[in-house]
Design a protein around this ligand. Structure first.
Ligand SMILES: Cc1ncc(COP(=O)(O)O)c(C=O)c1O
Length: 366
């Protein structure tokens, strides 16, 4: 069989998503019992108490298919965000929604504009459906260059995907910048704003894209239960979008794309806002503590609005390996002069601090 001729040609230029290392892969190698897995921007604690209770209650009913339209969760999200349930789509992680939007909209010849570096799934989704990925470099201070992204739009552009705060840099574009962008973006372009880390952002100038959502203009806002809500393993994401687009997504999704345990956990955790706010503050404290540590050790970084930090290093391979040797799993980006480190618990922060002290001591500077 000539598999290359058999499989869709669009897939030939693509590589499969490579997840970060798992704790068990590093435990043996490093000789440390305690491994800090800080490579996937997960929240370091488990789901909220209400979510755990609600998920446990669903287990005896797993012989049944999930509720296919996620009605209760969509209503819960509608109440929480004050947006009609008819504008909300729930998905198997927000990652699935990115793909479903691609499946519903993209045709060969279309162009998809996004910043780079940003979330690796954006170019994959474009390629998957035969569209052309158009990447626009971040500015020197690692932020979305919204004017350059506007300039990259052509009559063939179907979608512009913005990531705010941006993964992997943690940087953000401001309300004024977004307002300017939205005022200029041509009507034939769908703007997809991926706000996977929305709940961590606390800068007064961070824009809530949902404030621009009116159910009419071509704007989609994506959020997820995978990050601050700690439900990454249950795969629940959601998006706000005009109703005809939600109806189109409904046609291309699997009939039961969101599992019942995840639906129950997500809905229940919306009632745990005191814990969510506590997590936001704790995340802020860990970042502030680490910034001071970076400054003391002469380590460059990008101030982050998310639950991870982009650490600048001219020796990413050496530093990545040195961190592994300390039982800390960071995320590397090939040849990029940086590593990304997710925030952990306050205890984890102290472990990172003493590991970095040892590494800088040994390597000179990083
Ligand atoms: C920017 C961004 N968008 C989307 C996702 C996907 O999240 P999920 O599919 O778990 O909702 C991630 C995951 O890391 C992300 O960083």
């Amino acid at each position: 069989m000539d598999w290359d001729a058999f499989i869709r040609p669009e897939l030939q230029g693509m590589t499969a998503y490579a997840p970060g290392l798992r704790a068990e892969q590093v435990r043996e190698r490093s000789g440390h019992d305690e491994i800090l897995k800080l490579s996937s921007n997960e929240y370091p604690l488990g789901p909220t108490p209400r979510a755990i209770q609600a998920m446990a209650a669903v287990l005896p009913e797993l012989n049944r298919y999930p509720e296919g339209s996620c009605e209760a969760l969509r209503k819960g999200l509608s109440k929480h965000w004050h947006v009609g349930a008819e504008f909300i789509a729930v998905s198997n992680g927000s990652n699935e929604l990115l793909r479903l939007l691609g499946q519903a909209l993209l045709r060969p010849g279309d162009e998809v504009v996004f910043a780079w570096p940003s979330f690796v799934v954006y170019p994959s989704v474009a390629r998957m459906y035969g569209a052309t990925p158009v990447s626009v470099p971040l500015t020197a201070d690692l932020r979305h260059d919204l004017p350059a992204m506007l300039a990259a739009i052509t009559p063939a552009t179907r979608m512009v995907t913005l990531c705010n705060p941006n993964n992997p840099t943690g940087t953000f574009y401001t309300r004024a910048e977004f307002q300017g962008f939205m005022a200029e973006v041509p009507a034939h372009v769908l703007v997809v704003v991926d706000e996977a880390y929305f709940e961590f952002a606390d800068d007064a100038n961070y824009p809530d894209a949902l404030a621009y959502f009116d159910g009419e203009r071509p704007l989609v806002v994506l959020r997820t239960f995978s990050k601050i809500y700690s439900l990454a393993g249950q795969r629940v994401g959601y998006g706000f979008m005009p109703e005809p687009l939600r109806a189109a997504v409904d046609k291309v999704r699997e009939p039961f794309n969101v599992n019942s345990v995840g639906q129950a956990g997500a809905l229940a955790s919306l009632d745990d806002q005191v814990e969510i706010v506590r997590r936001k503050h704790e995340n802020r404290e860990q970042k502030t503590y680490l910034y001071a540590c970076f400054d003391r050790l002469g380590i460059g970084y990008a101030p982050s609005q998310a639950n991870f930090v982009w650490i600048k290093t001219e020796r990413p391979v050496e530093v990545f390996e040195a961190l592994l040797g300390e039982g800390i799993i960071a995320r590397d980006f090939g040849n990029a002069p940086a590593l990304r480190l997710s925030m952990g618990t306050p205890h984890d922060t102290r472990v990172i601090e003493s590991a970095l002290e040892r590494i800088v001591d040994r390597l000179g500077s990083i």
